[in-house]
Design a protein around this ligand. Structure first.
Ligand code: ADP
Ligand code: MG
Length: 646
C-alpha cells in the first residue's frame, strides 16, 4: 500500500522551527449560543500539538469550520470559540489571528516564541482554500518551515491547506493520520485472516467502489442496511416496499457473481425487522419474509447471531454502514449487536463512516473498538482503495523511485492520450514506483480529470518564466499549478537545441515553477562531442550550478534532476548502467554542495535516454539513480509498464 509509509512529526527536527499544522477543528456549534456541543475533534488533535510543543516547536494551527462559502469573514463561522476551548484543554494561552493570510496572521506567526501556539481564522473564509489555489497555498506556507497534516477528515480533498501547502514545505503527518494509515492501511494490505467486511447503510450506489475494492481482499462480506434489499431483490426475493435501488439490480447481480468467482463468502440477512411505515413508532415485527406492504428496517435476531459469530471468528473486521435505521430506537438493535460483537471479539476491529462511527459512539463502545476512523468521507475513500491527496502529498519514509514518461509532441489529442492512460490505469495496482506522464499541453486537462485520485500523476513538458503577460503562445506555471499539474519538465535537450534555451533562462523557469509549487524536472547532459572530448563532468557541473546555486533552501528538496546524455536521446544508444551511475553520483555530490548532505539525499536524480524494458532494471538498481525519464518507450503502454515493473 502506497500510503503506508509517510514521514511523521517524529522524523523531523522540530526545535525552534515554525510548524504549520492542518487540524480538523470542524466542531459542531450550537446555532443560538455559539457553544461547542462536542469537542472530540479538538481533543483528538492534542497528542500532536503537545508533541510539537514538547519538542520546542512554534506551532501555527489552521482548520476550516462549517461552510462559509469563501466569501470572507462571518462571525458565526469564526474559530474564536475553538481557540478558547483549546486554551482550556491545553492549559496554556492560545494566540488567535483575526485573519488567515493577512497582516495579523503573518505578524503573529513571525513573533511566535518557542512553545507558543497560534490559531489562524477559518481557512474557508477564502474561496482559494477549496479551489486549491497555488498562490494561497504559498502564502500559508510562507509563515512556517514545516507542514504537518493531522486532519484525516479532509485528507480526501485536495485543498490548499491539505495538499497545496505540501508543495512548498517539507510535509509530514501528525499522530491522527499516522494511526489511520497504520491501522486501516495494514488491515487492507496485510490483514489477519479471516478478513471480514460488514457493509450497510442506505444505498448500494454509495458503496459500489468499496464493495468492489473489498471483494479483492476479504474472505467474508456481510451485508446489512437498506442496501441488503437491493441484493435480495436481485436474487429474486420478495422485498415489499423496502428501500431498493431498481437501477442497481443488474450491478448487484454482477457483484454477487464476482464474489463467487473470487471465493468471497457473501452473506445477506436471513431475517428482518419489518414495519408498515418508515417511522420511529412503527411496530417492529420479526420476520424471515418481507410481505407486500412491509419494509425492511433492520436485520433480524438470527442474522444478528450469524453475523456476531462470524465476527468472533475473524482476524480482522472492517465495518462501514449501519445495519438498520438506527436513528429509531426500535430499529437500532441490529446495529448495536454488530457494535457489541466487535467490542467483545478478540479481533482487529475497524469502523469507518460518519454514521457508523456516530452509532458506535452512541452505544458507548468507541473505546472497545481497535480503531474508529475520525473521517467519514476520507475513511470511505480509503476503503475504496483510492489514494488520498492529503496523505499522498506527504513525504515518504523511504524515497521511492520515480518513472516519468515524456510523450514529447505526440498524443496531443485528448482522445489519443486517454487511450494510453486508460491502459496504464488498469495496471496501476502493479506499480512499484511513482509514475507520471507528461503529455502535450492540449491533453493535460483531460488526463488530469482521468487520473483523479489514482497513483499516476500528470506533468507538463515546459512552462514560461513569467506568471502572465504578453508572451504569445506561452504557458504560465501558474496556469499549470492551478489545474493540478504536479511536475514540469524544464530544459530538455530538445528545448535547448530547437528553442535556444540557455542555462540562465532555465534557471528563471525553475524559480517561476517553484513559486507556484510545481516540482521541476531539470534536464542536463552532454553531447557526443563533449563526451568524446572528456568534457562530460564540466558540462554537467555548469548546468547543475545554474539550476541550484543560491536557490532558496526551501525549494531545493523539490528539484528533480534528470541526467540525459544527448547522444543517448532517441538514438537507441544507452549509457551503460555504470556510465549512468558515474555521472549521477557526480550530480549527487553537486547537490550536496548546494543543498547539504541531508537535503541532497532527499532529492531525486533520474536517468534518461533510450531507457527500455531490457535495461530498466539494471539502471534502477544503481545507488544514485532514483528513477527514469522515458521518451520513446513511454508511448507504448506495454513497454512503459514493463519499465514500471522493473
Ligand atoms: P456511513 O455514514 O457510516 O457511511 P451511510 O451514510 O451509508 O453510513 O448510511 C447510514 C444511513 O443508512 C442511516 O441514516 C440509516 O438510517 C440508513 N439505513 C440503514 N438501514 C436502513 C433501512 N433498512 N432503510 C432505510 N434506511 C436505512
Ligand atoms: Mg453517512
Amino acid at each position: 500500500m502506497e500510503q503506508l509509509a509517510k514521514k511523521t512529526v517524529r522524523d523531523i527536527e522540530i526545535e525552534g522551527k515554525r510548524l504549520l499544522c492542518r487540524v480538523d477543528f470542524n466542531v459542531p456549534l450550537d446555532k443560538k449560543s455559539g457553544i461547542i456541543s462536542d469537542d472530540k475533534r479538538i481533543r483528538g488533535a492534542l497528542p500532536t500539538i503537545r508533541y510539537i510543543l514538547d519538542k520546542g516547536g512554534k506551532l501555527i494551527l489552521m482548520s476550516h469550520l462549517g461552510r462559509p462559502k469563501g466569501v470572507g469573514y462571518q462571525e458565526e463561522f469564526s474559530l474564536k470559540p475553538v481557540a478558547e476551548r483549546l486554551e482550556e484543554l491545553l492549559g496554556r494561552p492560545i494566540l488567535f489571528a483575526q485573519d488567515v493570510i493577512g497582516e495579523d496572521a503573518k505578524r503573529k506567526a513571525k513573533e511566535l516564541a518557542t512553545g507558543q501556539v497560534l490559531l489562524l481564522e477559518n481557512l474557508r473564509f477564502h474561496k482559494e482554500e477549496e479551489a486549491n489555489d497555488p498562490g494561497f497555498a504559498r502564502e500559508l506556507a510562507s509563515m512556517a518551515e514545516i507542514y504537518v497534516n493531522d486532519a484525516f477528515g479532509t485528507a480526501h480533498r485536495a485543498h490548499a491547506s491539505t495538499w497545496g501547502v505540501a508543495n512548498f514545505l517539507p510535509a509530514v503527518s501528525g499522530f491522527l493520520i499516522e494511526k489511520e494509515i497504520a491501522v486501516m492501511g495494514k488491515a487492507l494490505a496485510n490483514p489477519e485472516r479471516p478478513f471480514t467486511a460488514i457493509l450497510g447503510g442506505a444505498k448500494v450506489s454509495d458503496k459500489i467502489s468499496v464493495i468492489e475494492n473489498l471483494l479483492n481482499k476479504v474472505d467474508n462480506l456481510l451485508i446489512g442496511g437498506a442496501m441488503a434489499y437491493t441484493f435480495l431483490k436481485a436474487k429474486g426475493k420478495e422485498v415489499g416496499i423496502s428501500l431498493v435501488e431498481d437501477d442497481k439490480l443488474a450491478l448487484a447481480k454482477e457483484l454477487l457473481e464476482k464474489a463467487e468467482k473470487k471465493n468471497v463468502a457473501f452473506y445477506l440477512p436471513e431475517d428482518h425487522l419489518v414495519a408498515k411505515e418508515f417511522s420511529a413508532d412503527a411496530e417492529a415485527i420479526v420476520s424471515e419474509e418481507i410481505g407486500a406492504g412491509f419494509m425492511g428496517m433492520d436485520i433480524g435476531p438470527k442474522t444478528q447471531e450469524t453475523y456476531s459469530e462470524l465476527i468472533a471468528s475473524s482476524g480482522t473486521v472492517v465495518w462501514n454502514g449501519p445495519m438498520g435505521v438506527f436513528e429509531f430506537p426500535s430499529f437500532a438493535k441490529g446495529t448495536e449487536s454488530i457494535a457489541k460483537a466487535l467490542a467483545e471479539a478478540d479481533t482487529i476491529s475497524i469502523v469507518g463512516g460518519g454514521d457508523s462511527a456516530a452509532a458506535v459512539e452512541s452505544f458507548g463502545l468507541t473505546e472497545k473498538i481497535t480503531h474508529v476512523s475520525t473521517g467519514g468521507g476520507a475513511s470511505l475513500e480509503f476503503l475504496e482503495g483510492k489514494s488520498l491527496p492529503g496523505i499522498d502529498n506527504l513525504e515518504d519514509q523511504v524515497k521511492k523511485k520515480l518513472l516519468a514518461g515524456n510523450w514529447k509532441m505526440n498524443l496531443g489529442s485528448p482522445k489519443a492520450g486517454r487511450k494510453l492512460l486508460e491502459a496504464l490505469l488498469v495496471l496501476e495496482h502493479e506499480f512499484v514506483h511513482d509514475v507520471l506522464i507528461a503529455p502535450p499541453f492540449t491533453a493535460l486537462a483531460d488526463l488530469l480529470k482521468l487520473t483523479g485520485n489514482s497513483k499516476i500523476k500528470v506533468a507538463a513538458q515546459n512552462c514560461h518564466f513569467a506568471e502572465k503577460g504578453a508572451y504569445t503562445g506561452e504557458v504560465s506555471p501558474q496556469f499549470l499549478a492551478a489545474m493540478g499539474v504536479y511536475h514540469v519538465i524544464l530544459g530538455h535537450s530538445e528545448r535547448r537545441k530547437f528553442f535556444a534555451e540557455t542555462d540562465e533562462l532555465i534557471r528563471q523557469k525553475i524559480e517561476a515553477a517553484r513559486s507556484f509549487g510545481l516540482r521541476p524536472i531539470v534536464c542536463i547532459g552532454e553531447s557526443l562531442e563533449e563526451r568524446e572530448a572528456g568534457e562530460t563532468f564540466a558540462k554537467v557541473e555548469k548546468q547543475v550550478a545554474a539550476a541550484l546555486n543560491n536557490l532558496p533552501e526551501k525549494d531545493l528538496p523539490f528539484i528533480i534532476l534528470a541526467y540525459e546524455p544527448i547522444w543517448a536521446i532517441g538514438t537507441g544508444k544507452t549509457a551503460t548502467p555504470e556510465q549512468a551511475e558515474e555521472v549521477c553520483a557526480f550530480i549527487r555530490t553537486l547537490c550536496e554542495k548546494y543543498a547539504g548532505k541531508e537535503v541532497a539525499g532527499r532529492m531525486k536524480i533520474l536517468y534518461g535516454g533510450s531507457v527500455q524494458p531490457v535495461n530498466a532494471k539494471e539502471l534502477f538498481a544503481q545507488k544514485n539513480i532514483d528513477g527514469a525519464l522515458v521518451g520513446g518507450a513511454s508511448l507504448d503502454s506495454e513497454a512503459f509498464m514493463a519499465i514500471a515493473k522493473a
